[in-house]
Design a protein around this ligand. Structure first.
Ligand SMILES: Nc1ncnc2c1ncn2[C@@H]1O[C@H](COP(=O)(O)OP(=O)(O)OP(=O)(O)O)[C@@H](O)[C@H]1O
Ligand SMILES: [Mg+2]
Length: 507
C-alpha cells in the first residue's frame, strides 16, 4: 500500500494509547449529569425507543443509575463494537434521524459520572448480551479488557430485560462524581442525589421536548414519573408573537430559523410565566435555540454574534433547525451542547437576532402597546412620547376624551387645570422608573393592578359620559373605550356601561 508522504520501506513503531491514561482523560470532557444522561437518551431515541425508563436508586456508595429502553437493541458483536471508544468515525455519513456522530457518547458520558459501566442489550430473536467496562480493573491491567458479565451482585439489575423482546439497559455504578463514598444514611448526600434527579428531569424535559410533544410521542420516565415537555416558545399562549420564519441555505442544505417573541408577563398567568422562565431563568434563556434533528443542543445563546444577554431582550427566543449532515459546519461537539454557526451564515443570523431583539425590547418596555400603536392607529393613549431637540419627552394626550372634557369645562379653574397637567408632564419620574423597572419588572404594578373593579368603573363612567357628549351612540362609546388603554383589559366591565347605569346624567 502506498501513501502520500510515507515511504514504502519507512520504519514505524506502534504507539497505541495507554488504556489507564486514556480513560482517565476521557473522564474530563466536561459533561454535567444532565448532558451525560441526554447523550444516552440520544442513543435510545436513535434505536427507535418509544419508552425510556430512568432510575436513580439511592444506596449510599452502592447507588446506581439505570437507563432502560425498548429500542431495537444490539447483538453480542454489535454491543462489543458499541463499547469500543470510537465505535464509528465521525466522518461517516449517518442516517438522517441518527442523533450520534462521534462513536463516543455512550462511553464518555458514562465515564464522566461513574467508574463502572455495564450495558445489557437484546435485539429481536437474540439472547441478552452483556458488556462491562470497569475503570479500576482497566487501570490495573492497563489493557482494553471489556468484561462480559455484570459485576458480582448486580445481576438482578438486568432482570427487566428478560421480559422484553428487545431493548437495552445502561447501568452506571460506582458513581464517584456525584455520590462518592457517602454512607447509606447520609441525609445530605441523599438530598443532593434527589436534587440531581430534579436537575436531570428539567434538562431532559427541555432537550427532548419535541419528541415528548409529538403525536406518536416518546415516553420518558424518571423514577416512575413521566417527564413533561418544556417548550421554550410558549406556543399555547395567544400573546406569543411568531415572527416570519426564514430558510437559510448553505452548501445545498437548509437551516430553518423561526423567531418568537414571548408574551409580556402581564399577558399570561403567573404559573405559565414562571414555568416559561426555564431552568436558568428568563434572562439566561434568551437567544437562539439550536436543534439538530429536533434534539436541542443549545438552549438560549446569542452564538457569539456580538450580542449580550440583556434584561430588555429576555423575551426573544429563536428556533434554529439543523440536519445532522451539517455537524462539522456547525462545529457540533461530542457532548452535543455546543453549535457554532458557519461564518457565511453569521450576517443573516445577526440580522434576524437584531430584529427579534428589537421586537422583544418593545414588548418588554411597553407591555406590547407600541406594537398595538403601529398596527392599530385607532388606539388612544393618555401618554404621548415626543422627541424635541433630540430629547425624549412624555406629554399628556390632549385629544384623550377625559382630558378634552376637563379642558372644555368653561370655568375659572382652567389655568389651574392646565398648570397641573403641565406640571405632571414636566415631572414624570422617568429616571426613577428607568432604575426600578429593569431590576425587577415583575414587581411593577400594571394599570389598575389589583384595584377593585368599582374604582375602575368610576373612571370608565367619566369617560363614557364624555364620549356620549360627543354624539357617539352608547355602543360606539363602549367600543371607543375598548380602544383606550388600559381598558382593553376590562372588556367585561366595559360591556356593562350604559346610559341606564349612569342614569339621567347624560343628555
Ligand atoms: N440504547 C441503545 N440501543 C441500541 N444501540 C445502541 C444504544 N446505545 C448505543 N448503541 C450503539 O452503540 C453505538 C455507540 O454509541 P455512542 O453513543 O458511543 O456513539 P454514537 O451514538 O455512535 O455517537 P456519539 O458519540 O455522537 O454519541 C451507537 O452508534 C449504537 O449503534
Ligand atoms: Mg451516542
Amino acid at each position: 500500500m502506498t501513501f502520500s508522504g510515507v515511504g514504502d520501506s519507512e520504519q514505524y513503531s506502534i504507539a497505541a494509547p495507554l488504556p489507564s491514561a486514556m480513560v482517565e482523560s476521557f473522564r474530563a470532557f466536561g459533561y454535567d449529569i444532565g448532558t451525560a444522561i441526554a447523550d444516552l437518551i440520544d442513543n435510545s431515541v436513535t434505536a427507535g425507543a418509544k419508552n425510556i425508563w430512568l432510575s436513580f436508586s439511592w444506596d449510599g456508595a452502592n447507588s446506581h443509575v439505570s437507563i432502560r429502553d425498548d429500542g431495537y437493541g444490539m447483538t453480542k458483536s454489535q454491543l462489543i463494537s458499541a463499547m469500543r471508544l470510537g465505535s464509528q468515525s465521525p466522518l461517516e455519513q449517518r442516517e438522517s434521524h441518527d442523533l450520534g456522530r462521534f462513536g463516543l457518547g455512550l462511553k464518555t458520558a458514562s465515564f464522566s459520572q461513574c467508574r463502572r459501566l455495564t450495558v445489557a442489550s437484546r435485539s429481536k430473536n437474540h439472547e441478552v448480551a452483556i458488556s462491562r467496562w470497569d475503570l479500576d480493573y482497566l487501570n490495573q491491567v492497563n489493557e482494553w479488557r471489556l468484561l462480559s458479565s455484570p459485576a458480582e451482585g448486580s445481576e438482578q439489575k438486568f432482570n427487566d430485560l428478560t421480559n422484553m423482546f428487545q431493548g437495552t439497559i445502561v447501568l452506571w455504578e460506582c458513581l464517584d462524581r456525584f455520590v462518592g463514598n457517602a454512607k447509606n444514611d447520609d441525609q445530605k448526600a441523599q438530598n443532593d442525589f434527589l436534587e440531581t434527579v430534579e436537575v436531570v428531569e428539567n434538562h431532559l424535559a427541555m432537550v427532548f421536548h419535541r419528541f415528548l410533544e409529538k403525536r406518536d410521542r416518546l415516553k420518558l420516565w424518571i423514577n416512575n414519573r413521566i417527564i413533561k415537555p418544556w417548550n421554550p416558545f410558549l406556543l399555547d399562549a395567544q400573546a406569543t408573537q411568531i415572527l416570519p420564519s426564514e430558510p437559510l441555505t448553505f452548501n445545498g442544505e437548509t437551516v430553518k430559523v423561526q423567531p418568537y417573541v414571548l408574551p409580556h408577563h402581564s399577558k399570561i398567568d403567573k404559573e405559565s410565566y414562571d414555568r416559561a422562565a426555564g431552568v436558568n431563568g428568563w434572562n439566561a434563556q434568551q437567544g437562539f435555540y439550536v436543534y439538530r434533528n429536533e434534539r436541542l443542543l443549545v438552549a438560549g445563546d446569542w452564538l457569539s454574534l456580538g450580542y449580550q444577554k440583556d434584561e430588555h431582550c429576555k423575551l426573544a427566543r429563536i428556533q434554529v433547525d439543523l440536519p445532522n449532515s451539517m455537524d462539522s459546519d456547525w462545529s457540533i461537539d461530542i457532548k452535543k451542547s455546543r453549535a457554532r454557526p458557519p461564518i457565511v451564515l453569521k450576517a443573516d443570523l445577526r440580522r434576524i437576532a437584531k430584529l427579534t431583539r428589537h421586537r422583544a425590547t418593545e414588548i418588554y418596555r411597553h407591555r406590547g402597546k407600541v406594537l398595538a400603536r403601529e398596527d392599530n392607529e385607532d388606539h388612544v393613549f393618555i401618554w404621548d412620547k415626543k422627541i424635541m431637540r433630540g430629547k425624549v419627552f412624555y406629554s399628556i394626550n390632549k385629544e384623550h376624551s377625559l382630558v378634552q372634557e376637563i379642558l372644555n369645562i368653561p370655568n375659572n379653574y382652567q389655568p389651574l387645570i392646565r398648570a397641573l397637567l403641565r406640571l405632571l408632564e414636566e415631572t414624570v419620574p422617568v429616571q426613577q422608573i428607568w432604575v426600578d423597572n429593569p431590576a425587577e419588572p415583575e414587581k411593577q404594578a400594571q394599570p389598575f393592578d389589583e384595584i377593585p373593579s368599582e374604582q375602575v368603573m368610576e373612571i370608565m363612567i367619566e369617560i363614557y359620559r364624555a364620549l356620549r357628549k360627543t354624539n357617539l351612540t352608547q355602543e360606539q362609546a363602549r367600543d371607543r373605550i375598548l380602544t383606550i388603554e388600559p381598558f382593553q383589559n376590562f372588556e367585561a366591565l366595559t360591556k356593562t356601561l350604559s346610559d341606564q347605569l349612569i342614569s339621567g346624567d347624560v343628555k
